[in-house]
Design a protein around this ligand. Structure first.
Ligand code: SF4
Length: 232
């Protein structure tokens, strides 16, 4: 499927966002809720696991290492043990300890506040230079910790935006994020991201999407095809 012409992409995203907000409401984004460096740890823990297991791993980690300096001083084996429930414990422990050591070495402490002063693309480049931090996780951190206009694309957002024809069928999540991001309306990155995830979980499921009940049916080429197929 061809991606939407760039000229119309902003308008189409605005329509999608409006229709989703009408169905699901407009989720509040609480930026700055958690220390950014903690969010970096959380995003590393979120690789290849469910939200529930990521949260379990994070809670066990914070119980065992209540402060960032305590975490940074942990032995890799202790950290692996604490986060085992989240999977890939060895790689994640290495990535977390490596990231904390590097931030401390470069900045003299564990704060990521300097990212606030950077343009979005530079801040993203800095974060993705850490092993275990891809475009999606960097964007989550930039959006939710710093309130920057970054657009995280996960498996749900990717599937839905492909079906809507907003990104190319061959796009991976990183390409889709970078192509959509500049066209999302100001202040809409968080609400649109969260509502697309909700739609992907509840309606536009991987198999048997519920097109007839979907708030985006009027703007979705895949939905039009699916409903015609089911009616005839
Ligand atoms: Fe997904 Fe169908 Fe909705 Fe399109 S109309 S977004 S394919 S559920």
């Amino acid at each position: 499927m061809m991606a939407a012409a760039v000229r119309g992409l902003s308008e189409r995203l605005r329509d999608v966002s409006g229709l989703l907000a009408r169905r699901f409401g407009r989720p509040e984004i609480c930026a700055h809720e958690t220390e950014p460096v903690r969010n970096l740890v959380l995003t590393i823990l979120s690789q290849n696991t469910t939200d529930a297991n990521r949260d379990r791993a994070y809670n066990l980690l914070t119980k065992r290492f209540p402060t960032i300096p305590a975490l940074a001083a942990a032995r890799p084996s202790e950290l692996e043990e604490a986060i085992r429930v989240g999977g890939l414990a060895q790689a994640k422990a290495k990535a977390i300890l490596g990231a904390l050591a590097r931030i401390r070495g470069e900045r003299g402490g564990y704060s990521l506040d300097f990212l606030r002063e950077m343009p979005l693309s530079e801040a993203r480049e800095y974060l993705t230079s850490f092993p275990g931090v891809g475009v999606k996780t960097a964007n989550i951190l930039l959006l939710f910790s710093f309130g920057m206009p970054a657009f995280p694309v996960d498996t749900h957002v990717l599937r839905v935006t492909k079906r809507l024809g907003l990104v190319r069928a061959t796009s991976d999540p990183a390409k889709a994020a970078l192509s959509l991001e500049p066209h999302v309306g100001a202040g809409d990155h968080g609400p649109l991201h969260l509502n697309l995830i909700r739609l992907g979980r509840e309606v536009c499921r991987p198999r048997n999407p519920l097109c007839a009940e979907c708030p985006l049916l009027t703007v979705c080429p895949e939905g039009a095809r699916n409903t015609k197929r089911r009616v005839s």
